[in-house]
Design a protein around this ligand. Structure first.
Ligand code: DHE
Length: 566
């Protein structure tokens, strides 16, 4: 059902009077019914909200993956029916319970993360009007830019003997650091400071530089050519950020970097070697339903290897932008209307089509980058979450791209078109879910396979059951009717069982495609590990653990990330 949403009157007025101004203080609680908070409580609530809630609910609390959390909202359905609700109507007690214990709708419990006092504070905080953070201009980006090692002071050849193509960049989330691990020797090469709650890494098209981005908008570029990796520049794209990618097209290798922010809703383009800011483009505008949205956040960004363009998914509007970077002064952007709440996605096997989850719409949108047009919108099971997805040739249906689901116990296989003659017979299946692989429960975040492998790996870190969340599931591509094999990463790590669940997250292949690396993501004070399996035998090969391995999550193999091997 299509729902058109209306901004609550209070939110509307607040948004329009304040957007564009550098307002740092909390708004006054305009709704008199909202529980009063002191300025210190408001500040504490703001910080917790940014750290724990904004990713799913949005800074302005209009909802995306998570529900709308405005004090009062109204929605008008297609048939004219008016719905209203809001945190004020739920009240403090009910909100405390939701925050502490979660909901069946997918909200996770916070009783093991926040104290009872913090839960109570948040229940009150979200009944007050959301404070609007300051904007972030090109000049702000320029002011934040720090060129640590200028170009003429960088080495002119690789000064170390590390096989760079098999290096893994590993997010140490809560430490705000990035571990670079030698994939050949399994040794930690270097651990470097990064942004707050560091999120993802990408590599320059030449394979020399690593770009990593923190949730606070701080992006760093690390040079892999010196004897030891060195951070050579940093820049801030905004105050809340999730994605970056490089310019990959021939002639543009290492030239530009694009960064997409959640707040302010925009993307910036910087020099790929120095991070000097060049341009900022706002993503505020109309949703695919024709409503103005003040906070359309930039979700996934991928670089097209076949064209000088980035594919930028704008979450709340459902617009997929093809940003051509050949002329930044006269920037050409093709805006493709798809489905709302775009999140993560990746290429099909041919790298002509980009598929992205519209997660809260339970759909996957596909763009044909050859024609610059929408290819399809595919209905799927609940809350698709592909990471970049995984491609393989299905014995019965030909080329498929796959996604797991946060909200359902299946992996969906979607048939993708192919220009190869031998695949013509699969045409009728294209853009349909041709099979759902059964998982032991919901809560999947990432799936992975490799062209040289006959295995398909899926995790389930958000499942509430310890055994499922601490395990990964391996399907045999030669016989997809078989149940997946469970590998209990928690047990295999040899680490003592922690009080909190240690989540087994994000399978990632090495360059050769014969090892799979899994993060065992414990609490900030627990010992975590990277657990490596032999892909053929599924036997444990190595556990990398060390007090510096704090909350490891995403792992990015240089070769596979650079060439989009998944
Ligand atoms: Fe991510 C990718 C957003 C929470 C690990 N995550 C992405 C992308 C987006 C996104 C938009 C796609 C980037 C791209 O390809 O350009 N992530 C968000 C959120 O909004 C969310 C739900 C909440 C938040 O507040 O940030 C969120 N993400 C998480 C985590 O809690 C994870 C599991 C652990 C962590 O390190 O934070 C996590 N996200 C990842 C990883 C990828 C990712 C590992 C890259 C997957 C890949 O294979 O490319």
């Amino acid at each position: 059902m299509t729902i058109t949403s209306k901004l609550s009157k209070v939110g509307f007025v607040a948004a329009f009077s304040l957007l564009g101004m550098a307002v740092t203080q909390a708004n006054a609680a305009t709704a008199s019914a909202a529980p009063a908070l002191t300025a210190a409580e408001m500040e504490a609530g703001k910080l917790i909200y940014f750290e724990r809630c904004a990713g799913c609910h949005g800074v302005l609390r209009k909802g995306a993956t998570g529900k709308n959390l405005e004090p009062h909202w109204e929605q008008v359905l297609e048939d004219g029916t008016k719905l209203e609700g809001g945190t004020l109507s739920l009240g403090t007690k009910r909100l405390e319970n939701i925050i502490a214990y979660g909901t069946e709708g997918g909200m996770v419990n916070y009783d093991d993360i926040l104290t009872p006092e913090e839960i109570s504070l948040m229940a009150k905080y979200i009944q007050n009007e959301p404070p609007i953070p300051p904007e972030f201009s090109l000049q702000d980006m320029k002011d934040s830019w720090n060129l640590i090692v200028p170009l003429d002071e960088r080495p002119t050849k690789q000064m170390n003997k590390v096989n760079l193509k098999n290096v893994f960049a590993i997010t140490l989330r809560d430490a705000g650091k990035l571990a670079l691990v030698d994939g050949d020797t399994h040794k930690i090469w270097k651990i470097l400071e990064s942004g707050y709650a560091v999120h993802i890494s990408r590599f320059s098209a030449s394979g020399r530089y690593v770009y990593t981005t923190g949730r606070d908008g701080l992006t760093t570029v690390i040079d892999l050519w010196p004897e030891e990796p060195v951070t050579v520049a940093t820049v801030r794209f905004g105050s809340d950020m999730r994605s970056v990618d490089v310019s990959k097209f021939e002639g543009y290798e290492d030239k530009y970097l694009i960064g997409g922010t959640y707040w302010p809703p925009q993307f910036g383009i910087v020099d790929g070697l120095t991070l000097e800011p060049i341009k900022v483009v706002s993503t505020r505008g109309q949703t695919v339903d024709g409503e103005y949205h003040p906070e359309p956040r930039v979700a996934s960004i991928v670089a097209n290897p076949k064209k000088p363009e980035w594919v930028v998914s704008v979450k709340e509007t459902g617009q997929i932008l093809l940003v051509n970077y050949t002329d930044l002064d006269n920037l050409e952007i093709t805006s493709i209307a798809s489905s709302k709440f775009l999140h993560d996605g990746g290429w099909d096997a041919s790298k002509r089509y980009f598929l992205v989850a519209a997660n809260a719409s339970n759909q996957v949108a596909a763009v044909d980058t050859q024609t610059g047009k929408l290819a399809a919108i595919v209905d799927t099971a609940k809350i698709p979450h592909p990471g970049r997805g995984a491609n393989f040739t299905h014995p019965e249906f030909g080329p498929v791209w796959s996604t797991g689901h946060l909200g359902d116990d299946v992996v969906s296989l979607i048939s993708t078109p192919s220009e190869e003659k031998k695949n013509a017979k699969y045409k009728d299946h294209n853009w349909k879910v041709v099979q759902e692989l059964k998982m032991p429960g919901a809560g999947n975040l990432f799936v992975k396979t490799h062209p040289k492998s006959t295995n398909f790996w899926a995790d389930a870190p958000m499942n509430p059951e310890r055994e499922i969340a601490e395990s990964v599931y391996v399907f045999d591509l030669n016989d997809l009717s078989k149940a997946p094999r469970e590998l209990n990463v928690g047990k295999d790590s040899g680490l003592p069982e922690g009080k909190a669940i240690r989540r087994a997250v994000q399978p990632e292949y090495n360059q050769a495609g014969d090892e799979v690396w899994i993060s065992l993501w414990g609490g900030k004070t627990d010992q975590s590990a990277i657990v490596i399996y032999d892909d053929k035998t599924l036997k444990l090969k190595k556990v990398i653990t060390n007090p510096e391995i704090v909350t490891p999550t995403g792992k990015f193999n240089l070769y596979n990330t650079m060439y989009d091997v998944y």
